[in-house]
Design a protein around this ligand. Sequence first.
Ligand SMILES: [Zn+2]
Ligand SMILES: [Zn+2]
Length: 138
Amino acid sequence: MNVKNCKKCGNIFMFDGFDICQKCRRIREEEFQLVKNYLREHPKATIIEVEAETKVSVDSIEQFLREGRLEISKDSPIFLKCLRCGENNISSGKYCNKCLLDLKEELNSVAGNIYEDISTATQREIDNILMNIEKWKK
Ligand SMILES: [Zn+2]
Ligand SMILES: [Zn+2]
C-alpha cells in the first residue's frame, strides 16, 4: 500500500497520484470555484482584492493560474511572474511567450533530433523536455 503525507495539511493519505489528500483537494476545488465566480463578476479585480473577498490565498490563486485552469479577462490587472525572466507578464503557465520561444530554440539545439515537433510542443511537454535535459547534463 502506498501512503503519502499531504503537502497541504500534512496528514497521511492513500496516494492516488496527487500531492494533496482528498479532503484538501475538495477544499481546493471549492476555493477554485469561489475565485472563478468572483473573477467572472469582477473581471478587473486585482489579486489582492480577490484574496480579500474570497479568503483564498494569493498562493492558491497563482497556482490556479499556473495550472491554466483559471481564465482571466484580457483587461485583468492580474499577472504572474515568468519563471525564467522574472517579468510580471503572463496570465497563465510558467513562462512568457518570449521565454517560450527562447526555450524552444534552446531545446531544439539539444533535443531537436528526439523531439521533432518541438515548435508545436505544449508547455507541459516543454517542462518534461527541460527535466530530461537536466538529467542528461548530469
Ligand atoms: Zn490534506
Ligand atoms: Zn519570460
